[in-house]
Design a binder for this molecule. Structure first.
Ligand code: ADP
Ligand code: TYD
Length: 212
């Protein structure tokens, strides 16, 4: 989608394995941009609109085998469509910076890779129902062992995917790095295995460069 079609806003997404520091860093970036006078909408997936938050509970809670792989792709895509219509596109049309914790790249990875090769199905549905890509995607890369222990220490109810364990996280890490090469025009890879301030500083610098 061209910038003109969705106004003058900027769409920034964060990706990475569970526990890599996305939620921490989206807040740090939003605070930094707000302090510099930007209008910012901070949002997340799955979720980010009332309807999509309801779907979030369906996909993240309960038995890991609750949904077939195909049904899960449909649920994540339904949530994304609602989020896009009601939250993301209106904010971009109003010229705001939208910062989103996960987006379609997470579906390419988790639903596309974790239960067989369904990447083609994910891509077809994305083209049909979503059809928007971020201007900038920040991949926070780090060792899956560290990420998983950080994620598990949070003890949330959203544990369907965290229950898949370290092997899946290893495949996801490599998959995200491959995706960063596939979409090298919009992806930037950040080393997440450092203290929060160092990671936040690098992200602020690269977003400033992008906005300039
Ligand atoms: P994600 O959203 O990617 O799952 P979070 O931002 O929720 O990750 O971070 C997971 C946990 O690790 C949180 O308890 C958070 O406070 C902690 N954390 C985040 N970034 C760092 C960091 N750079 N160093 C150490 N701990 C961190
Ligand atoms: P999230 O709340 O970002 O978890 P975390 O903070 O641990 O990274 O996302 C919850 C889970 O949802 C996460 O394990 C990845 C999964 N997920 C998918 O499987 N597909 C998707 O399209 C999205 C957006 C998330």
């Amino acid at each position: 989608m061209t910038a003109a079609a969705r106004g003058t806003g900027t769409f920034i997404t964060f990706e990475g394995i569970d526990g890599s520091g996305k939620s921490t860093q989206v807040k740090r970036l939003a605070d930094h941009l707000l302090a510099n006078g930007h209008e910012v909408v901070l949002t997340r997936e799955p979720g980010g609109s009332p309807g999509a938050e309801e779907i979030r509970a369906l996909v993240l809670q309960g038995d890991p085998d609750r949904w077939s792989a195909e049904t899960e792709i449909l649920l994540f895509t339904a949530a994304r469509r609602d989020h896009l219509e009601r939250t993301i596109l209106p904010a971009l049309a109003a010229g705001k910076i939208v910062i989103c914790d996960r987006f379609a790249d997470s579906t390419r990875m988790y639903q596309g890779l974790s239960r067989g090769d369904l990447r083609g199905v994910v891509d077809q549905l994305h083209t049909l129902m979503i059809g928007h890509e971020p201007d900038l995607t920040i991949l926070i890369d780090m060792d899956p062992g560290v990420g998983l222990s950080r994620a598990l220490s949070r003890q949330t109810v959203d544990e369907r995917f965290e229950a898949f364990g370290e092997d899946l996280q290893k495949a996801m890490r490599q998959g995200f790095l491959d995706l960063a090469r596939e979409f090298s025009d919009r992806f930037r890879v950040i080393d997440g295995a450092r203290d929060m301030d160092a990671v936040a500083g690098d992200i602020a610098d690269l977003v400033s460069a992008e906005l300039a």
